[in-house]
Design a protein around this ligand. Structure first.
Ligand code: FES
Length: 160
């Protein structure tokens, strides 16, 4: 029986085959990168190499495109993604203290994932919940009126 990784690769190959006959396969590159991220959660190096050879596009060009669009993740994501809002309303209410709390607790910087793959920390602009500033979002859930203490308690719950 095929393992999950092989199944993902098969799906990706099928997709690339379906756009291969097109006149400008390169114009499908973004769609292919979206598909890779959908399947793997980020853009793994070895998969990018396969995309490059299948599409006859230099790997360096693919990375150029991938890094231009901030949407693409170049490193693996944790089980939970924490987005700390650094928008103006949150900032004036002390988002920098919350950010420092998160960095200390998780021992990562913005854009990094914890060693146990549990959390990825990222920054974001206004989450549309300024009335609750300072705010962070974990996966799809918003947490507001944060203090360093409250932030640590929330993270504790995710850990258990
Ligand atoms: S500035 Fe943070 S929610 Fe609006």
């Amino acid at each position: 029986m095929e393992n999950v990784q092989d199944q993902k690769l098969d799906k990706l190959k099928q997709y690339m085959e379906s756009v291969k006959g097109e006149e400008h396969p390169e114009s499908y590159l973004i769609a292919i990168l979206h598909r890779v991220q959908e399947l793997y959660g980020y853009l793994p190096q070895e998969i990018m190499d396969q995309v490059a050879s299948a599409m006859s596009i230099p790997t360096a060009h693919i990375w150029g495109v991938a890094t231009f669009y901030h949407y693409f993740n170049l490193t693996p994501r944790g089980k939970h993604v924490i987005s700390i809002c650094l928008g103006t309303a949150c900032y004036v209410k002390g988002a920098d203290k919350i950010l420092n709390t998160l960095k200390d607790y998780l021992k990562v910087n913005i854009g990094e994932t914890t060693a146990d793959n549990m959390f990825t920390l990222q920054e974001t602009r206004c989450l549309g919940a300024c009335g609750l500033a300072p705010v962070m979002m974990i996966d799809e859930k918003i947490y507001g009126e944060l203090t360093p203490e409250k932030t640590r308690q929330i993270l504790d719950k995710y850990k258990t």
